[in-house]
Design a protein around this ligand. Structure first.
Ligand code: AHR
Length: 323
C-alpha cells in the first residue's frame, strides 16, 4: 500500500480531536451519604504534618468519610504506591499532599484514569504538566510565594536593609520549598545591603536544620539572619546558634514559616523574630469543597488559605493557634 500523507494527517486530526473530546476533565464525585476517602500523607515526622493528618481524621465522621490514611514516610515513591493501593481499593475520593511537585503527577493521572477524583491539599504538583479542573479537582492551600515575601519584608525592616543571610530550604522539589524561596529571594534581591550567602536544603526537618545551620554558621561566621522555610528547621537553627555561643534574636535574627507552638514560644521569648502562618488544618475546608463538588458546583482551581502573621506583639496571645 502506498503512503498517503493526506490520509495520515486526517487520521491524526481525528485522533487528537477524539483525545480532547474524551477528556471531560477531573472525574466526578457522586452525591452519597458516605464516602470511602483516601488521605495519602507524605510523612508524619513533624508537628505540622501530625496536625494536618489529625485535622483530616477529626472531620471524617461528620463529613461521612470512612478514611483510609497512609504514611509515605518521606518517600515520593512510597506515596505513589500508596495512591496506587487506594485506587485498587476503589476509594471514592483521594486527598493528596504531594511530597514533591513532579514525582506525584503519574499518581494523579492514574487516579484520573481510574475515574477517582483527587483533591490536592497543602502542596501542589507542577502546573506546567497537570492542571486543576482537568486532571484533579482543585488545589487547597496557602500562597507559599507570599509567605516567603512576608518573611523577607519583615527582615528588611528589622535590619534596616542590611543583613548577611543563611537560607534553610525545605524538601527539594516540593512546592513550598520552591515558592517560599522564590518569594523571599525576590524581596532580598531588591535590597543591595542584604545578601544570601548560603541556601541549602534541610528537608523541613528539625535535626537536619540544626546540622545544616551548624555547618553553614562555621562557613559564614558573620551571619546576621537565618531564614528557615519552616519552624522545625528554625528551632533546629536556634539550637545551633546557642551551641555556637551566639544569642538568637540578638546576634542573629531568625525568621520562618508555619506557626507551631515551639515557634510561638521562641518568638515570645525573643529567640525568634517572626513566623508566617501556614495552616495545616485542611479537614473542614476539604470536606466543604468535596461536598460542593459532589453537588456539581464548579470549583475554583485554587482554594486559597489565608495565613496570619506572628511577631512579638501577638505570639504569646496566639499560643492556642499553635500545634
Ligand atoms: O507543605 C507544608 C510544609 O510541610 C510545612 O511548612 C512543613 O512544616 C511541612 O513539612
Amino acid at each position: 500500500m502506498r503512503f498517503q500523507p493526506t490520509l495520515v494527517a486526517a487520521s491524526l486530526a481525528v485522533f487528537v480531536a477524539t483525545a480532547y473530546a474524551a477528556d471531560t476533565g477531573a472525574p466526578k464525585l457522586a452525591q452519597k451519604s458516605s464516602y470511602k476517602v483516601g488521605f495519602a500523607q507524605a510523612e508524619n515526622n513533624n508537628p505540622w504534618r501530625i496536625a494536618e493528618t489529625k485535622s483530616m481524621q477529626d472531620i471524617a465522621q461528620s463529613c461521612g468519610w470512612q478514611l483510609v490514611v497512609t504514611d509515605a514516610g518521606g518517600s515520593a515513591a512510597k506515596q505513589v504506591a500508596d495512591v496506587d493501593s487506594m485506587i485498587a481499593q476503589k476509594v471514592d475520593l483521594i486527598v493528596l499532599p504531594p511530597r514533591e511537585e513532579k514525582p506525584l503527577i503519574p499518581a494523579v493521572m492514574k487516579a484520573k484514569k481510574a475515574g477517582i477524583p483527587v483533591i490536592l491539599v497543602d502542596r501542589n504538583v507542577d502546573q506546567k504538566v497537570a492542571k486543576a479542573g482537568r486532571d484533579y479537582v482543585t488545589f487547597i492551600g496557602s500562597d507559599f510565594v507570599d509567605q516567603g515575601r512576608r518573611a523577607a519584608e519583615w527582615l528588611v525592616k528589622a535590619t534596616g536593609g542590611k543583613a548577611t543571610i543563611i537560607e534553610l530550604e525545605g524538601t527539594t522539589g516540593s512546592s513550598p520549598a520552591n515558592d517560599r524561596k522564590k518569594g523571599f529571594d525576590a524581596v532580598i534581591a531588591k535590597n543591595p545591603g542584604m545578601k544570601i550567602v548560603a541556601s541549602q536544603s534541610g528537608d523541613f526537618a528539625r535535626d537536619k536544620g540544626r546540622q545544616l545551620a551548624q555547618s553553614l554558621l562555621q562557613a559564614h561566621p558573620n551571619t546576621t539572619a537565618i531564614y528557615a522555610h519552616n519552624d522545625e528547621m528554625a528551632v533546629g537553627a536556634i539550637t545551633a546558634l546557642e551551641a555556637a555561643g551566639k544569642t538568637p534574636g540578638k546576634d542573629v535574627l531568625v525568621v520562618s514559616i508555619d506557626g507551631t507552638r515551639d515557634a510561638l514560644t521562641a518568638i515570645a521569648s525573643g529567640k525568634m523574630g517572626v513566623t508566617v502562618q501556614s495552616s495545616p488544618f485542611f479537614g473542614p475546608v476539604t470536606c466543604k469543597v468535596a461536598q460542593r463538588y459532589a453537588k456539581g458546583e464548579k470549583i475554583e482551581p485554587w482554594v486559597k488559605v489565608e495565613d496570619k502573621f506572628y511577631d512579638k506583639s501577638n505570639a504569646q496571645a496566639s499560643m492556642a493557634d499553635g500545634y
